[in-house]
Design a protein around this ligand. Structure first.
Ligand SMILES: C[S@@+](CC[C@H](N)C(=O)[O-])C[C@H]1O[C@@H](n2cnc3c(N)ncnc32)[C@H](O)[C@@H]1O
Length: 309
């Protein structure tokens, strides 16, 4: 296994249970690792519709998946738009949907993409480099208050205001190294001693803001539930507590059914559960997986099945 091996690979396949002749949707195709597993498990005629936002990464995935021929279809769009797009490709009621959120190890390892504070590069961070604001645009043009809000909300960074002030005083910033050094140079002693780099949360917050990742989750997960065939399963892997919290709450709420007070003898609300929880608690990577792929440490997998109403 190497760092490009998909996170929670076997767990996803065991819980999604791809079958021959099934239709599956991979909302975050990335390097195509999970999709390859789904295609193998659904051989000889299962099909995957894969969404991607990174035209650079897709060349790699296409090559990797070439041997599956027309069993896989590539869509250059956000998974948040799956409800509009999937039916056009004959995937109106897929048997399973996977969302493996965040960025891929491959993207992180490419210094020139600007995702990593460990590698020199431009402050870009866009999944799709053909459109939208870069991290540098955001850092150099937003107000101090707006930056502090981004760091606090998406990075859960306790020193958000201090770092926002520091950045505004040192603008313009154009490279990952400039930003990482600026943060590291003023981080409290306590956080300097931490195992993680003090700029970790700032980089994470910027990436999430640049790519509107939380908005995609908030639109895409309900869309996936709507689209799924009754009896079909949805698997979501989150790496960020904000995303995981949203997924957990939505899954719980939709698996509740009747919401009448417990002391009421007869149900009057008529509520029916849309979903059945397949994982009561989030599935996490084993110590063995974390050893070979440290990024898997923060992965949380939650799976639901859509009820037939
Ligand atoms: C964790 S990686 C997925 C890795 C993939 N499961 C594999 O096995 O290679 C997440 C990928 O989703 C992409 N992505 C992020 N947001 C997206 C969105 N809204 N729509 C489509 N793809 C998205 C990222 O560019 C990244 O390539």
């Amino acid at each position: 296994m190497n760092t490009h091996t998909p996170v929670l690979y076997q767990e996803v396949l065991d819980l999604l249970r791809p079958q021959a002749n099934g239709r599956y949707l991979d909302g975050t195709l990335g390097a195509g690792g999970h999709t390859a597993g789904i295609l193998d498990a659904s051989a000889p005629d299962g099909r995957v519709l894969g969404f991607y936002r990174d035209p650079e990464a897709i060349a790699f995935a296409r090559q990797k998946l070439a041997s599956y021929g027309n069993r896989v279809t590539f869509v250059n769009d956000s998974y948040a738009r799956m409800r509009q797009i999937a039916p056009k490709h004959g995937f109106d009621q897929p048997n399973g949907i996977l969302l493996d959120l965040g960025l891929s190890s491959r993207q992180l390892d490419q210094g020139e993409r600007g995702f990593s504070f460990r590698q020199p590069g431009p402050l870009d961070m866009r999944f799709d480099q053909t459109q939208g604001e870069t991290a540098a645009d955001l850092l150099n043009n937003r107000t101090e208050a707006e930056l502090a809000e981004i760091f606090w909300r998406y990075g859960e960074e306790k020193q958000s205001r201090k770092y926002a002030r520091l950045i505004v005083a040192n603008r313009p910033l154009t490279t990952t190294t400039q930003l990482a050094d600026l943060i590291a140079g003023t981080a409290f002693q306590s956080s300097r001693r931490r195992r993680i780099h003090p700029a970790t949360q700032i980089f994470q917050a910027l990436r999430i803001a640049v790519n509107h990742e939380l908005e995609a989750v908030e639109t895409g997960v309900p869309a996936a539930i709507d689209l799924l065939k009754p009896g079909g399963r949805l698997a979501v892997i989150s790496f960020h507590s904000l995303e995981d919290r949203f997924v957990k709450r939505l899954f719980r709420q939709l698996s509740q059914g009747c919401t009448c007070p417990p002391e009421q003898p007869v149900c009057t609300c008529g509520g029916q559960a849309t979903l059945r929880l397949i994982t009561r608690k989030a599935v996490q990577a084993t110590p063995e997986e974390i050893e070979v792929n440290p990024r898997s440490r923060s992965a949380r997998l939650r799976v639901v099945e859509k009820n037939a109403l």
